[in-house]
Design a protein around this ligand. Structure first.
Ligand code: SF4
Length: 435
């Protein structure tokens, strides 16, 4: 029996899909090359933007249409999980097309229902009630692994579906996380990416995020630690000191501001001011400068443009923050009202064209700060994790998440950490040669 998982959205969904794959393969399912050859189609959905949602409707509709047009095709079993699974309007809309709607945390338990209603046979008898975060995942490669440390969110930002889709915050036991990481390092993994909606509100009894990081860093081996995402309100002095000091932790910090205007930040229910945010930025940069003065540091963020009521003046506050923070990357989102959220009740009064214009405007600022930051890399010799190869070039990433194109004729560098001398800085990538 073959399965195919179509994943939409963020890294957390990618990580969840890896766990679903691990669960299914332990039961004897085999992975298919595409949706067309799978008997079991799983849609791991994202509800953050209307566009991602519409793609799910379109693809499920097309699958069922193909079956109806060709009666010789074996009907697929379709499972919908992820952010849309719990929404009543989505369930109503896809009622006759989807066999099972289930939240990701219930996937192992709910999967039994599919076995009862179809002729799917199992080869193994893995526990069905296992917590989904404890499932052994099937990672996308053998050098970089996502390790979820918590899921859910208690913050209820006005625009966000996560607290409704995933429920309240739940942290994984530290012992389980550490055991998973030790086993990955033993297998040769070079990069561990700790994941959660708010990694910095992680709590397992007396172990907070900083203490967890120290324990991960103490695991023997040559590997990097990355973590995402953080909420500025939960960034403590202890956390700043810890991340800047620990040798295996990346010299990169993702700190989503979402908007530069205090009034918009308040309407978003984010619980900080632009001034407090900039104070954090200063502290973080200072700490990295203190502990890792010879290494480049990168700051990244998320910004939403066109939040309901965002005036041109308020939008210009986002531009101002970008100039002050000098980001290395910003992930922009054009506001899209999501059912069930507080912002759904607000008037989405900024036109699509204006949202596009605002995003382009900010992107021009970003290009300038990124290029200026990248120029500082030239002539430096840096560690690069090699991820793939095309013709005579390898492609990898620095510990600041900069993409690097490396000229190299050596074989088998994929998955290795190499030293590269940076020879050229472009806006969206660096170029270098093996040192
Ligand atoms: Fe969503 Fe805000 Fe929670 Fe992040 S902190 S997951 S944006 S509600």
């Amino acid at each position: 029996m073959k399965y195919y998982i179509k994943t939409f959205g963020c890294q957390m969904n990618v990580s969840d899909s890896e766990r679903i794959s691990g669960f299914l393969e332990a039961k004897g399912y085999k992975s298919a090359q595409g949706l067309s050859e799978a008997a079991l189609a799983i849609f791991n959905t994202c509800g953050v933007r209307q566009m991602a949602e519409d793609r799910v409707y379109g693809q499920i509709h097309n699958l069922r249409k193909a079956e109806n047009a060709n009666p010789r095709l074996t009907p697929k079993t379709i499972i919908l999980t992820g952010c849309l699974a719990n929404r009543a309007d989505v369930q109503k809309r896809l009622k006759n097309k989807v066999d099972l709607f289930c939240e990701i945390k219930d996937f192992p338990k709910e999967f039994k229902k599919i076995l009862k209603t179809t002729n799917h046979k199992l080869q193994t008898t893995a526990q069905e009630n296992i917590a989904y975060l404890s499932i052994s995942p099937k990672h996308k490669n053998n050098f970089s692994a996502y390790v979820p440390i918590m899921t859910g969110c208690n913050n209820f930002c006005a625009y966000c579906v996560v607290p409704y889709a995933r429920g309240r915050e739940v942290s994984r036991p530290a012992a389980e996380i550490l055991a998973e990481i030790k086993s990955l390092i033993k297998k040769g993994y070079k990069e561990i990416i700790l994941l959660g909606q708010n990694v910095n509100s992680y709590k397992d009894k007396k172990i907070n995020f900083s203490q967890l990081l120290k324990k991960v860093d103490a695991i023997h081996g040559n590997f990097w630690i990355q973590f995402m995402s953080n909420h500025p309100k939960d960034v403590t002095d202890e956390m700043i000191e810890t991340v800047a000091k620990l040798p295996k932790v990346f010299e990169s910090f993702h700190l989503p501001i979402q908007a530069g205007s205090d009034e918009i930040i308040r309407k978003m229910n984010r619980k900080y001011t632009a001034k407090q945010y900039l104070t954090l930025v200063k502290k973080i940069k200072k700490a990295y400068q203190k502990y890792k003065p010879d290494l480049p540091f990168a700051l990244t963020s998320d910004i939403i443009v066109g939040f309901p009521g965002e005036t041109k003046k308020q939008f210009m506050d986002s531009a101002k923050i970008m100039k002050l923070a000098k980001y290395d990357m910003v992930f922009f989102g054009q506001f899209s009202p999501r059912p069930g959220t507080a912002a759904w009740q607000m008037k989405d009064n900024i036109s699509k064209a204006e949202k596009v214009r605002r995003e382009q405007f900010l992107n021009e600022i970003l290009k300038k700060t990124v290029h200026a930051n990248n120029k500082k890399y030239v002539e430096q010799v840096l560690d690069v994790l090699v991820e793939n190869k095309k013709d005579d070039h390898y492609f990898g990433r620095t510990r600041t998440m900069k993409n690097v194109k490396i000229v190299a004729t050596q074989q088998n560098l994929i998955g290795k950490i190499v030293k590269a001398k940076i020879t050229k800085a472009n806006t969206w990538n660096l170029e270098g040669k093996l040192s």
